[in-house]
Design a protein around this ligand. Structure first.
Ligand SMILES: *[C@@H]1O[C@H](CO)[C@@H](O)[C@H](O)[C@H]1NC(C)=O
Length: 634
């Protein structure tokens, strides 16, 4: 009897336990959509005029979002917003320069945790098209290539030059096994992988694309391969056995017919439909009309094609990561990568979002679409209380021993960072001069520099202004040239010529200057925390010239996103709690810098500004971004 009772109690306990567990499981959000749960037979196939995924016709309704432009705490939120808009496939590039900042030293942690990003996408029920480069364009410094490649004076980027292929293979040895795990056939979300990026517009080496393709396949990339090209490159970008796709903003019937002429009975895909456009310093904030966007998206879908929206959510070029264009003129991109995309830089909805949602609601197999997540709060925290200042000249010793050389050395070839050179930021070249006269750059300053005689600014030189006059003084003086790398070109033939700093001789009275002391001012986190250890001055004690300013941003309660208004500040860089928010410049168009809420903490937050010319009167935060005067994309 007793034993029976015990057994019965035991059984009841076990049943209760099982019930509790089941209830708990049910209460969790289902990790994957039912379609994802079906047994997997075959991944994405392009063997007919439409795609098949697991044997079922599949139309790609894609959206681009780059994990490296969006802080980790936002990844889920942005993906949830994609799902709610009817996006079924997420597309991202992979930035080599961030993942391998020094040759052989890899970083896949925190904001660069691509495994985490892919696994969240899978969890959210988004398929992924991965675009691992190694060149990615993306309005990113050197199109994502690490600057240490440029230490080799014979380097030929994006070719089968040995120095490039060996570096690519070593990088892929690290990257590809991490992502291969997340392929469809391994139970992950990756359904396709892109081979390089718009190589047709460059096409210097006929063996190169085959090399990249093999480098992927040899490392167990088994899902569908594709190439993507714009109209300039479509003729020479595609590869045998790899699906060609196109990029455009305005519908181009000719591109569609070209695609069917080179690959009949294949699905048509627009890999990059540009929902907006990027901005450059000195220009206006580009916008692309929502109705025009919608009519092109409808046209593409009506024709039965697949589409990926580039960008769905642009994010931010934090730090010094912006790229540049240089055709007739050098034009560095701004910090914001808002792109006038369906989600703003800070992840907010736009009218594009809601119109797309209506349309994608019809085409997406998932019905109804998930509800639209609630808005994320933005705050205005009022004024930043500026407290102290520190002239650049007082902290040069914290940048390490200066490098001495007779001739100027470009930043990539400086003997810093364990033989990897300097990648980003500023480089200061110092020498001694006697007297004054005409200082001329002969085009060797990349990209702009402020020139100082005994710490007094005598002017700024750049691509357009190559000459400044140094006032005549019959004495020896220190000449300092503070050169800024404003961002390496990411597209076009000039990508072959992107060494920064002083890339050749600069002249005084027609004679090349010699005997330099060179300081690497990367303004990395080591340097930025070391400047907190020295004595700072009262605000009244700092004159004009390159100076750090520091102040406190007070946040009551739990922090939310905000925007720093740089009104009346001239040019420089802002750091929040040691994180580099990016550059500002009074030539616009951008007037505010995005501060992600997760980078703030309750209470006092430290704002450090490196201002090159003259501090602004005030500094404050606002709850709405100002991206500047607008202009429709041509
Ligand atoms: C930071 O920059 C300095 C030069 O300013 C350099 O010597 C140092 O190696 C850099 N540190 C890291 C961790 O990159």
């Amino acid at each position: 009897m007793r034993r029976d009772l015990q057994r019965r109690r035991m059984i009841i306990l076990i049943l209760l336990f099982i019930a509790a567990f089941l209830l708990y499981r049910l209460s969790l959000p289902s990790p994957q959509k039912p379609s994802v749960m079906l047994p997997r037979k075959s991944g994405l196939l392009a063997e007919d005029s439409h795609f098949l995924l697991n044997g079922i016709p599949y139309r790609i309704l894609g959206g681009s979002m780059h994990y490296f432009r969006v802080p980790v705490p936002f990844w889920r939120d942005r993906m949830r917003k994609m799902k709610a808009c009817g996006i079924n496939t997420l597309t991202t590039y992979v930035p080599w320069n961030l993942h391998e900042p020094r040759k052989g030293k890899f970083d896949f942690s925190k904001d660069l945790d691509i495994s985490e990003f892919l696994s969240i996408a899978g969890e959210m029920g988004l398929w992924v098209i991965l675009r691992p480069g190694p060149y990615i364009c993306a309005e990113w410094d050197l199109g994502g290539l690490p600057s240490w490649l440029l230490r080799d004076k014979d380097m030929k980027l994006r070719t089968t030059y040995k120095g490039f292929t060996e570096a690519t293979e070593a990088y892929f040895d690290e990257l590809i096994p991490r992502v291969a795990k997340y392929q469809y056939s391994n139970g992950g979300p990756i359904i396709a992988v892109q081979v390089e990026n718009e190589y047709g517009s460059y096409a210097k080496d006929t063996n190169y694309m085959e090399f990249i393709k093999n480098a992927l396949v040899e490392r167990d990339i088994v899902e569908l391969l594709l190439t993507s090209d714009n109209k300039d490159g479509i003729n020479s970008g595609h590869l045998e056995g790899v699906l060609a796709t196109v990029n455009f903003q305005k519908f181009e019937p000719a591109l569609f017919s070209y695609l069917s002429s080179i690959q009949s009975k294949k699905p048509v895909m627009v890999m990059e439909f540009w929902t907006g456009w990027f901005d450059y310093w000195g220009g206006k904030h580009h916008i692309f009309d929502v109705d025009e966007m919608m009519s092109t998206v409808s046209e593409v879908l009506n024709r039965g094609a697949s589409i990926n929206l580039y960008m769905f959510h642009g994010g931010t070029n934090f730090g010094f990561m912006n790229g540049a264009l240089h055709f007739h003129e050098y034009l560095p991109d701004i910090t914001s990568y808002d792109y006038d995309a369906p989600l703003t830089e800070a992840g907010d909805y736009t009218s594009k979002y809601f119109k797309l949602r209506e349309l994608f609601g019809v085409y997406n197999a998932e019905k109804p679409l998930p509800p639209v997540p609630s808005l994320t709060l933005k705050a205005s925290y009022g004024a930043v209380d500026l407290k102290r200042c520190l002239p650049l000249w007082e902290v040069l010793h914290l940048a390490g021993e200066p490098f001495k050389s007779a001739e100027p050395i470009n930043m990539e070839n400086l003997p810093v960072n364990d033989g990897n050179g300097q990648s980003y930021g500023y480089t200061l070249y110092e020498t001694t001069i006697y007297g004054g006269g005409k200082f001329h750059t002969k085009g060797n300053v990349r990209d702009r520099a402020q020139v100082f005689a005994n710490s007094q600014s005598v002017g700024t030189v750049d691509y357009k202004k190559e000459e400044v006059h140094i006032p005549e003084v019959p004495a020896f003086r220190k000449l300092a040239i503070l050169v800024e790398n404003c961002g390496r070109v990411n597209y076009g033939p000039k990508i072959d010529n992107q060494r920064k700093g002083l890339v050749g001789d600069v002249y005084l009275r027609g004679k090349p200057l010699r005997n330099f002391k060179t300081y690497s001012l990367e303004m990395n986190s080591t340097f930025m925390s070391s400047i907190n250890e020295v004595h700072w001055s009262d605000l009244s004690e700092c004159k004009t010239g390159p100076t750090f300013y520091q102040g406190a941003l007070n946040v009551e309660g739990s922090p939310t996103d905000t925007f720093l208004r740089m009104k009346s500040w001239k040019k420089g860089v802002v750091f929040v709690n040691g994180k580099n928010l990016g550059r500002y410049w009074d030539i616009g168009p951008q007037e505010t810098l995005f501060i992600p809420g997760p980078w703030l903490w309750p209470g006092v937050n430290e704002i450090t500004i490196f201002e090159e010319y003259e501090a602004g009167q005030t500094l404050f935060t606002v709850d709405t971004p100002i991206l500047g005067k607008t202009q429709y994309v041509e």
